[in-house]
Design a protein. Structure first.
Ligand code: SAM
Ligand code: SF4
Length: 329
């Protein structure tokens, strides 16, 4: 379905938990309060939302978190959503820590791709950024996913003074391995507000100093706003998601759902519409058609309430106060 600015909204990011097995300082600092389990949508409820979303033209779903693989039975959810008529693609974003254990099961469940968030290949820096010594587990998880035949993308957020030159090593992952590496500019959401964003333009310029001019790759790599380039001789592509230095809102194609069933029109604003109460009317006074109709109406309303653009450059206007781990990225 189209929003008020004629953008086709065909993609929904669904956070299935706010829990995580890492503590990336910019995303989930220590001391965050968990959502009580009974407030978190069940897999059946999530699948019911996907069913109505598909009727509105949402055909691509991203499962996110917190860390989605810490929620029991995540591959079963992938299978459930894959079987919803109208849903063409189910992908997952993970920190990769326990991916080794789940890669094959996810492949069997029909996952169409996995994004692994990894900000450095330096063991000490990894622990500094995430709070845990788990770099090798992530690297093993990536290998396992590739071996299982899953399309893999690596997402890297660069931070001044911490890992701002990590792009040098990270791009080399795409040299021999069939995976894309993407650089995501730090967004001023949650604890990311207050951390400067390394400009992707600068990263591209540095890469071009090494590899020569990098042509834009127009082949479709994914669902989002990444602009891809090819480094000659590399197997995978290099993508740039430039939320700050390259505003991409004109091409926005998404809505989001948090783990407790809040439908968010835009990442930047705190506004959301809760779908959970409607979902939980099932078996109560309302007829099932009433409920599915109400779910669809809420999704439609969220699409129609999408603002024209984010306001990351005018930070005072940002009204989203949640941490990114509570939204899902
Ligand atoms: N745990 C999973 C993971 O790490 O991929 C899924 C959830 S995490 C919130 C999704 C993505 O959001 C990660 O790639 C993370 O680096 C990114 N992220 C978190 N906070 C961010 C921020 N302030 N700006 C940009 N990206 C951010
Ligand atoms: Fe957890 Fe992912 Fe956030 Fe890191 S980025 S704290 S892995 S949710």
């Amino acid at each position: 379905m189209r929003d008020l600015y004629k953008r086709e909204i065909d993609y929904m990011r669904i956070s299935i938990t706010d829990r995580c097995n890492l503590r990336c300082g910019y995303c989930m600092p220590c001391g965050v309060e968990w959502i009580p389990m009974e407030q978190i949508l069940t897999y059946e409820e999530i699948a019911a939302v996907c069913k109505e979303a598909a009727k509105l033209g949402i055909c691509k779903i991203k499962i996110t978190g917190g860390e989605p693989l810490v929620r029991k039975g995540c591959p079963a959810l992938v299978r459930m959503i894959k079987s919803v008529p109208g849903i063409d693609q189910v992908t997952l974003t993970t920190n990769g820590v326990v991916l080794r254990e789940f890669a094959e099961e996810l492949k069997e469940a029909g996952v169409d791709g996995i994004n692994v968030s990894l900000d450095t290949l330096d063991k000490i820096k990894f622990e500094k950024i995430t709070g845990f010594d788990r770099l090798q587990d992530v690297l093993d998880g990536i290998e396992k996913a590739l071996a299982a035949g899953i399309r893999v993308k690596i997402n890297t957020v660069l931070m001044p003074g911490i890992n701002e030159t990590a792009w040098k090593d990270m791009v080399l992952l795409a040299e021999k391995k069939p995976l894309d590496i993407r650089f995501i500019e730090m967004m001023p959401i949650g604890s990311g507000n207050g951390i400067a964003s390394v400009s992707n333009r600068d990263v591209l310029r540095e890469l071009e100093n090494i590899y020569g001019e990098l042509e834009i790759d127009n082949e479709v790599h994914g669902n989002g706003p990444a602009v891809y380039h090819r480094i000659p001789g590399f197997t995978g592509g290099v993508g740039f998601i430039s939320a700050i230095h390259g505003k991409f809102c004109a091409g926005c194609n998404r809505i989001r759902m948090t783990a407790k069933g809040e439908i968010k029109p835009c990442l930047c604003y705190g506004e959301s519409i809760s779908i959970r109460d409607v979902l939980r009317q099932q078996g109560e006074q309302s007829a099932d058609e009433d409920i599915t109709e109400k779910i669809r109406k809420i999704l439609e309303e969220a699409v129609l309430r999408k603002p024209k653009a984010h306001c990351f450059e005018e930070r005072r206007e940002i009204t989203e106060m949640k941490k990114m781990a509570q939204i899902g990225g």
